[in-house]
Structures are given as structure tokens and as C-alpha cells.
Design a protein around this ligand. Structure first.
Ligand SMILES: *Cc1c(COP(=O)(O)O)cnc(C)c1O
Length: 422
């Protein structure tokens, strides 16, 4: 459920018509609903606690939506943060996430990033490969600290809505293999610079079937029990993120209640602290990309292109993952419909949001909203074609605030220097 509905015949975010935001801030622009963010977080938390998981850590995956105001909205509800870079740690800190509620994932952490994480006191550094274990141990000892770590285990289970977001097979680069995990855990327990606190897995993204998650979780429980049988301390089981969201054309994902019930069943009787790293399911349907039609270009051969002011640099998912976004006119006032290829202005054929999509008839100047764009939208955007990063707006009730301003062209050019020989 989300809070983008018609209000007096026009698409609005909570109590604010999108046309009002377009007028005030310009297009393209990302618009986020606080109520939807809060609802998704609390629905998940209540489902997990309802299934008997006490006080789970819900570490929002910052890479899904890195805006500090979005992070702060969630942090105020008690969310932690799953971070994958120093930049994301800094964003989470700026949003008021306590470091002990941060989980630092990622297959290639630099020494500087590890140092920053250890100094900050990040609550769980996820080790994804053996050399990383030694790096963290070395850095923490140098700083006179002992870093809390967890091992990211690759459960060798296939899952995820697209090959590029499937992470849980042994041929993927993520995590240590199951067979190494116990040995590494035992080794880590004897190291002076690290303290192993748990194990973690994350098998993919946009998962719409509970079966692969369940298969992975059963394996993870077995691993926890084997490690504990060695007499080692293991306090936390982090089950990652990955639950899919409805993108309208996709299979219906499991509800948070079904997800939580499955976990309650698989983990029955296991006394442990649970952690989760959801990204998409919290924020995807809490955001839209609002764009304006520049013109309609009809070819004599029959194709009809709707050229808009947003492009693949603003919303990469269709170009990168063939992702489907529902497209809704902000003022659906015409009864007729037509098939459009919706395209951006970038000089690449990949700058196509959809082909042959039947939409209400649109004309130059009309506003349209790409739904479910709150996850992996702004956070994946770039300045390709020297287009400025677009602003982000957060709505709460009948108020809205620009939470990332549109930069100026001077901002863009001021970052660059000439070379001495030019
Ligand atoms: C991307 C990622 C997540 C979040 O995935 P979603 O599909 O957005 O829930 C969680 N954990 C890790 C380690 C990730 O890389």
C-alpha cells in the first residue's frame, strides 16, 4: 500500500498534489511519502515481532535510498542501517542512526573504510572473504579496538528478480562459502582485533517467492547450531534483505506477515538476536519519479515516442534490469488511450523506459509519474550527458520539503579543474 492516490482528480502524494511540487521545484523530481516509508517499516517490524522474534534489528539498506531525510524518517522509528561504503556510514550518522545499529556489508571494503567503521563503532562489520577478516583484525588492533564482525555466508541458493541482483549462488562474488564459515568463525574467535558476533546472508533482491529464502534460512540455522556446538558464542543471525515489491507486472511478492511467519517457523526455539537488511520493500512504493512530457514524436511507420524530461541517468532500472514501472498521468483527464514508447533525451537507445505501453493520451507539457521509484532510483542516478542530478522532495501530510536541492551548472563545473599544460 502507498500514499499516492487521486485527490480531486489529480495524482497526489499524501495531501500534496504532484502538480504543486512540479510547479514549485520543477521536473524531473523524486517525491517520497513519509507515511508510506513509516507504514512499510512498522508493518515489517510488527510482522516480525508478531512471529515471535523479539526486538529484531531492522537495518535499512541505505543503497536503496540514501537520502538523509529518508534515513532520518526511518531512524526516528528505530531503524538501523545496512551500509556498504564510508559514504553510506556518513549518511547514516548524519541521519542520527546510532553506529551500533549499523551493519557494514560489501565485498570490497578498503583499509580506510574499515578504519572509519572501526573508529565509528559500527555494530557489525560483515566479513565477505578471508582476507577481509585479516584486514579488520589488523586495523582494529592498530586502533586498540576489537571490532564486532559477522560472516556473510553464501548459502548457494538461487534467488532474485534478475540475474544482476541474484547474489546467493556460489558463483556470485558475495560471502564466504558454507564449508569455510565454521573454520573462519573459530579462527576469528581467537583473534585479538575482532569479536565474531554472528552470521549473515543476503541471497538476492526483488525475491517474490519464499522458497529460496526458506531454503537459505534453514541452512543458516544449521550453521548457527554447528558453530554453537563448538562452544563458540554466536549472538546474532542477520537474514539480509531481498523481499520483493509489487511492480504491477511482476509476481505478487509474499506479504511481510507470510515472510515473518516462515521465519518464525524455521527459527522456532532458536534463542538469538535477529537482524534484517530490507531496502526495496521499505522504500520502493514510497517514491515516484515525476517527469514532464516534452513532446510526442509520431513516426510515419507507426511508432509513437513520448519524449520526456527524465532519462536513464535519473532512473536507471529500466535500462539496467529491464525493470517495469507503472506510469501514471498526473491529471488523467482524457478517455482515449494510445501505445507509447516512453523515452528520455539521452543519446542511447537504452534510454527507453518502456515500449508499446498503452497509456491515456498524453501531450506536451503533461506530467507523469513513474510509480515504485523510491528504491534504486535517485541512489543509482548519475550526471550522464552532463545532466544535473535531480532534486528529491519529502512529503508529510500536506507539507513538503526539498530534501536534496537541484544543483546548479556552476556546482557541476566547479568540481573540475584545468590541467597545468592547458
Ligand atoms: C542490496 C542489499 C540489501 C537490500 O536488498 P533489498 O532487495 O533492497 O532488500 C541488503 N543487504 C545487502 C548485503 C545488500 O547488498
Amino acid at each position: 500500500m502507498n500514499h499516492f492516490e487521486l485527490l480531486d482528480g489529480e495524482l497526489a502524494c499524501e495531501g500534496v498534489p504532484l502538480a504543486v511540487i512540479a510547479e514549485a521545484v520543477g521536473t524531473p523530481v523524486y517525491v517520497y511519502s513519509s507515511a508510506t516509508l513509516e507504514r512499510h517499516y512498522t508493518v515489517l517490524r510488527d510482522a516480525l515481532t508478531g512471529a515471535g522474534l523479539k526486538d529484531p534489528l531492522i537495518a535499512f539498506a541505505v543503497k536503496a535510498n540514501s537520502n538523509v531525510a529518508v534515513l532520518r524518517t526511518l531512524a526516528r522509528l528505530g531503524a538501523g542501517a545496512d551500509v556498504v561504503s564510508e559514504g553510506e556510514i556518513r549518511r547514516a550518522l548524519a541521519a542520527g542512526v546510532p553506529p551500533e545499529r549499523m551493519v557494514f556489508s560489501g565485498v570490497g571494503k578498503t583499509e580506510a573504510e574499515v578504519e572509519f567503521a572501526v573508529e565509528t563503532g559500527v555494530g557489525e562489520i560483515n566479513v565477505e572473504a578471508e582476507p577481509e577478516l585479516h584486514l579488520i583484525n589488523r586495523v582494529a588492533q592498530r586502533l586498540g579496538k576489537r571490532a564486532d564482525i559477522a560472516f556473510r555466508v553464501n548459502p548457494d541458493v538461487a534467488a532474485g528478480g534478475h540475474a544482476k541482483i541474484s547474489t546467493g549462488k556460489s558463483e556470485n562474488k558475495f560471502g564466504v562459502s558454507f564449508s569455510e564459515a565454521e573454520r573462519l568463525y573459530a579462527n576469528a574467535a581467537n583473534m585479538a582485533g575482532v569479536r565474531p558476533v554472528g552470521v549473515t546472508c543476503h541471497i538476492g533482491s526483488q525475491i517474490t517467492d519464499l522458497a529460496p529464502l526458506e531454503a537459505a534460512f534453514i541452512k543458516m540455522r544449521g550453521l548457527v547450531e554447528r558453530i554453537r556446538r563448538e562452544g563458540l558464542t554466536l549472538e546474532r543471525l542477520d537474514l539480509g534483505g531481498g523481499l520483493g515489491v509489487p511492480y504491477f507486472n511482476s509476481p505478487t511478492p509474499p506479504s511481510p506477515d507470510d515472510y515473518a511467519a516462515m521465519i518464525g517457523r524455521v527459527m522456532a526455539g532458536l534463542d538469538i538476536q535477529f537482524a534484517f537488511e530490507p531496502g526495496r520493500m521499505i522504500c520502493a512504493n514510497a517514491g515516484v519519479l515525476l517527469a514532464r512530457a516534452l513532446h510526442v514524436h509520431e513516426r510515419p511507420e507507426g511508432r509513437r515516442f513520448l519524449v520526456i524530461d527524465a532519462a536513464m541517468n535519473d532512473l536507471l532500472r529500466p535500462a539496467m534490469y529491464d525493470a517495469y514501472h507503472d506510469i501514471r498521468p498526473v491529471k488523467p483527464r482524457r478517455d482515449e488511450s494510445a501505445a507509447y514508447d516512453v523515452v528520455g533525451p539521452i543519446c542511447e537507445t537504452g534510454d527507453t523506459f518502456t515500449r508499446d505501453r498503452v497509456l491515456p493520451v498524453l501531450e506536451a507539457g503533461d506530467l507523469l509519474a513513474f510509480m515504485s521509484a523510491g528504491a534504486y532510483g535517485a541512489s543509482m542516478s548519475s550526471e550522464y550527458n552532463s545532466r544535473l542530478l535531480i532534486p528529491e522532495v519529502l512529503v508529510r501530510g500536506d507539507q513538503f520539503a526539498v530534501v536534496r536541492a537541484r544543483p546548479t551548472y556552476d556546482d557541476m563545473l566547479d568540481r573540475e579543474r584545468s590541467a597545468p599544460w592547458l
